[in-house]
Design a binder for this molecule. Structure first.
Ligand code: MD3
Ligand code: FE
Length: 238
């Protein structure tokens, strides 16, 4: 049962006519609030729709970030242009170029610090982490990924962060995508997980170093993001 289900209590079989007031009273008396998150794998939980109610605020604050640090297609160490457009906010930003991957306090395109992480971003990320048991998560980096139809992210591990005890929190906005969740070896078979607008996933503990990727985005339209999917990943990098 999730939060949306709980807002509409169902009549109990065998009970005759009850007023709407009684039904809500019965809902109030029901056992402790069930968690709105589901376990996905050891160390990983999904909070379906966890960002749905704040998506408008997140996207409004994202615009300020993009004005200061525009999205760009980085190069892989192999010299390929990434199909996903990226930027960052927070003290550190993830960057890729022909020399490799790293976190950097400066935006390589303009040598300025990355824009600050908006309060709305930080609030959501810390609330999500706490629901997965990671109290005190203090992300210092938020990588913004923007997918257009056809854009994909091949199977990889996130291992440029200093301390793998901190989880990664990911927030999906806009068009849906299929996420690939593999094992700790690249050759391990990957499960497919559909991620929709508002879904929040926390990847920690034994899930932290699992291979993952995103299948090519399908064409579509979303009321808030047009033909794009936006993913925010919050990390403790430094
Ligand atoms: C599982 N982004 O930016 S988020 C990335 O949807 C990245 O844009 C994808 O992978 C995206 O590095 C996936 C989900 C995610 C992020 C980090 C993880 C899953 C993870 C780290 C470890 C295990
Ligand atoms: Fe990743």
């Amino acid at each position: 049962m999730n939060a949306r289900d709980r807002t509409r209590p169902e009549p109990v079989a065998g009970m005759a006519v009850r007023s709407t007031m009684d039904l809500f009273a019965a809902a109030d008396a029901s056992p402790p609030t069930p968690p709105s998150t589901e376990p996905l794998a050891p160390g990983a939980i999904v909070w379906r729709g966890g960002a749905a109610s704040c998506a408008g605020a997140l996207l409004a604050d994202l615009q300020g970030v993009l004005d200061a640090a525009p999205l760009r297609h980085m190069l892989t160490p192999g010299g390929f242009r990434m199909s996903v457009a990226m930027t960052n906010c927070g003290a550190l930003g993830w960057v890729s170029d022909v020399t490799g991957y790293r976190y950097d306090a400066a935006d390589p395109d303009n040598a300025r610090p990355w824009p600050a992480m908006p309060r709305s971003f930080l609030d959501l990320a810390t609330r999500a982490a706490a629901q997965a048991g990671f109290d005190g998560f203090a992300p210092d980096a938020c990588l913004v990924n923007r997918y257009e139809p056809g854009a994909r992210l091949s199977l990889h591990q996130d291992r440029n962060e200093r301390d793998f005890r901190a989880p990664i929190v990911s927030v999906s906005l806009g068009l849906p995508a299929v996420f690939l969740f593999g094992g700790t070896k690249r050759s391990d078979r990957a499960a497919r997980l559909p991620l929709a607008h508002g879904d929040v996933v926390v990847w920690g503990g034994p899930a932290r170093l699992r291979y993952h990727g995103v299948l090519a985005l399908k064409e579509g339209q979303h009321a808030l993001t047009g033909r794009h999917r936006i993913n925010l990943t919050f990390r403790r990098a430094g």
